[in-house]
Design a binder for this molecule. Structure first.
Ligand code: SF4
Length: 355
């Protein structure tokens, strides 16, 4: 598969995870557990790690969260980002308590002095900061710039803060400007990659919706940008369990052949009247079992032999079904035929030999 070119940004580290500078694109999610529930949060982090999450974000909402946040950072196998709104003092404390990165929206942190105090705290802790601008919470002075569209206003906001961070000698920053409108998101990030090309970009379509709708909107928004070489990390935001966000994220990367070198892919045909088996059920089962396969293998589930092996010739392993049977094939060559109820086991037996 063709490899896409990537825009070159500065490399920085979130814990041990490289971000930017052409590093493999790490995918992230945000915990849904209470930050005060240390055990539950760590369990969710482990579940996220198992499905391929590389960075987790945790909301720190009040002083009462800080001690448990420190315990989560200490016990987490993944680098933990402190997500802070409104109170700059929480960001300063989170930096001291083990955050691997801070995420702030400078527009709601208050005065520039407060932003400066966060920059200094991050500098002292040696951790990066994400300047995370959201379309819904632009600062007043930018919101009222009437001659500009929303995308341009967001770029103006990010630009201002990026320049300010730089003027204080702080360069370990990641930039994001999320909108819920996909076209605005694409426009903003295209502009950011030109106006501030040095710094890694965190992509995302915010309030994207449920797994079904949010996956489509994220695939279009984030996928378009990644296909253009823009973006160094991303979060697929879904109204769903965070593990779903990571499954979708990894599928997105695998689709573009970007970094997800341990993700298996299902190829399956849309079925038509030639199909004489329960291919939909079969494809769903295979997809579920493939989620645990950590290798970039392609498995094809095809409804008939007319087009099956030929159309899925790039698959490492596949099945082309007949009347209650399945011809197991590898790279387009049929190996043997099994009855319908043995197809999935046969596929995974063959797959096992490739792991
Ligand atoms: S592979 Fe066969 S069953 Fe599937 S869509 Fe093509 S012709 Fe129809």
């Amino acid at each position: 598969m063709a490899v896409l070119p990537r825009e070159k940004t500065r490399m920085l580290f979130v814990g041990k995870v490289a971000l930017g500078g052409g590093a493999p694109i790490p995918v992230q999610s945000m915990l849904t557990t209470s930050t005060r529930d240390i055990e539950g949060s760590l369990q969710q982090i482990i579940a996220l790690e198992e499905v391929g999450c590389e960075i987790v974000r945790v909301a720190v909402e009040s002083k009462r969260d800080l001690e448990s946040f420190a315990s989560i950072c200490a016990g987490s196998p993944l680098p933990v980002v402190a997500d802070i709104h409104f109170d700059y003092r929480l960001a300063i404390e989170a930096a001291k308590k083990g955050a691997a990165k801070l995420r702030i929206n400078p527009g709601n942190i208050g005065s520039i002095d407060k932003v400066d105090a966060v920059i200094d705290a991050a500098g002292e802790a040696g951790i990066p900061v994400r300047i995370g601008v959201n379309s819904g919470s632009l600062e007043e002075r930018v919101k009222t710039l009437e001659s500009m569209n929303l995308a341009t206003k967001m770029v103006v906001s990010v630009d201002f803060y990026a320049e300010h961070f730089k003027s204080r000698g702080f360069k370990d920053m990641v930039l994001s400007a999320k909108a819920s409108d996909v076209n605005t998101t694409i426009e903003v990030y295209r502009m950011l990659s030109k106006s501030i090309p040095d710094f890694p970009l965190h992509l995302g379509v915010t309030e994207a919706g449920t797994t079904w709708q949010g996956s489509i909107r994220s695939a279009v928004g984030i996928g378009t940008l990644l296909a253009e070489g823009i973006g160094d990390t991303f979060r697929v935001s879904l109204t769903a369990e965070p593990e779903e966000e990571i499954r979708v994220s990894r599928a997105l990367l695998a689709t573009l052949n970007l970094g997800a070198l341990d993700t298996a892919t299902l190829i399956s045909c849309p079925t038509c009247s030639r199909c004489k088996v329960d291919l939909i059920g079969m494809a769903n089962q295979v997809e579920k079992r493939l989620a645990t396969v950590k290798k970039p293998l392609k498995v094809a589930v095809m409804g008939c032999v007319v087009n099956g092996p030929g159309e899925a010739a790039e698959a490492d392993i596949g099945v082309a079904c007949g009347q209650g049977t399945g011809a197991i094939f590898a790279h387009g060559e049929v190996l043997y035929t099994v009855p319908e109820d043995h197809i999935i086991d046969a596929l995974f037996n063959e797959l096992q030999k490739l792991l």
